[in-house]
Design a protein around this ligand. Structure first.
Ligand SMILES: NC(=O)c1ccc[n+]([C@@H]2O[C@H](COP(=O)([O-])OP(=O)(O)OC[C@H]3O[C@@H](n4cnc5c(N)ncnc54)[C@H](O)[C@@H]3O)[C@@H](O)[C@H]2O)c1
Length: 254
């Protein structure tokens, strides 16, 4: 039980396809007590039964574009738990028109929205969580290969993920002295609600399955298991790292 006696917050559970769901299931199986947040009421309807099935002690609204809602979440966490041991940031958003065509055509507002929701939100959540990580802590975010290489149609989200991976390193440097570790998992392509917004995503899945060293796409549960490892004391010496859980795709040259 890697996460026994640990209390953890999961941001980004939308439905049973969400990567956050795979992570939460595994974290619960490893003994963690969980709290969840949701973007809006429509999402709440789908995620609440899932969260309740894992005996969640907290289910709270949180649009990460709102500093006020972020503050309210952590006030409630302090009231209920008095502390937090880990945080999972599994959130990203870009406008549909910015996930197709040419990156050079990204609008100023599209860029701002993608980077604010997908990247700055990690900074805001880490800053709010740190004072409650009284016995140290572990923060985990989700990235993708488009941070490292230009992937067709990923566009502004690739730039947001590059900034996210850099943020992981800067946050790890800042929070390390407080015993707080910050890491990312760079996951292979997984069919989720967000992924459907990327033009050509289904073809991408086929290409990966043909080419990766393991000749298949990654399973959400594999990301869940790697997440539990990084969130746990087993990874006590690892911070500022981006771990690829992508059936090996990133190691290929051609
Ligand atoms: N699916 C993939 O192929 C893949 C691969 C690598 C990384 N990722 C990353 O994994 C993470 C989770 O995505 P997913 O694929 O599970 O899709 P998902 O749609 O299930 O999850 C995305 C979540 O972000 C939330 N969200 C969006 N805007 C928000 C806001 N303003 N405030 C609060 N929450 C907001 C949504 O409500 C949703 O719960 C994302 O960071 C994504 O980029 C996904």
């Amino acid at each position: 039980m890697l996460l026994e006696n640990k209390k953890g917050l999961v941001f980004g559970l939308a439905n049973n396809y969400s990567i956050a769901w795979a992570i939460a299931q595994e974290a619960r199986a490893q003994g963690a007590e969980l709290g969840f947040t949701y973007l809006n009421e429509a999402i709440e309807k789908r995620m609440r039964p899932l969260a309740e099935s894992l005996q969640a002690s907290l289910i709270l609204p949180c649009d990460v574009a709102s500093d006020e809602q972020i503050a309210q979440v952590f006030q409630e966490v302090e009231r209920t738990w008095g502390k937090v041991d880990f945080l999972v940031h599994s959130i990203a958003f870009a406008r549909e028109e910015d996930l197709e065509g040419r990156y050079v055509d990204t609008s100023r507002e599209g860029f701002r929205i993608a980077l604010d929701t997908s990247t700055f939100s990690l900074v805001a959540l880490a800053r709010a969580a740190a004072p409650l990580m009284k016995d140290g802590g572990s923060i985990l975010t989700l990235s993708y290969y488009g941070a490292e290489k230009a992937v067709k149609n990923y566009n502004v989200m690739g730039v947001a993920k590059a900034a996210l991976e850099a943020s992981v390193r800067y946050l790890a440097a800042d929070l390390g002295p407080e015993g707080i570790r910050v890491n990312a998992i760079s996951a292979g392509a997984i069919k989720t609600l967000s992924a459907k917004g990327i033009r050509g995503f289904s073809e991408m899945l086929g290409t990966y399955a043909e080419r990766t060293p393991l000749r298949r796409n990654v399973e959400p549960a594999e990301v869940g298991r790697a997440a539990s490892f990084l969130l746990s004391e087993s990874a006590s010496g690892i911070t500022g790292e981006t771990l690829h859980v992508d059936t090996g795709y990133n190691i290929l040259g051609m």
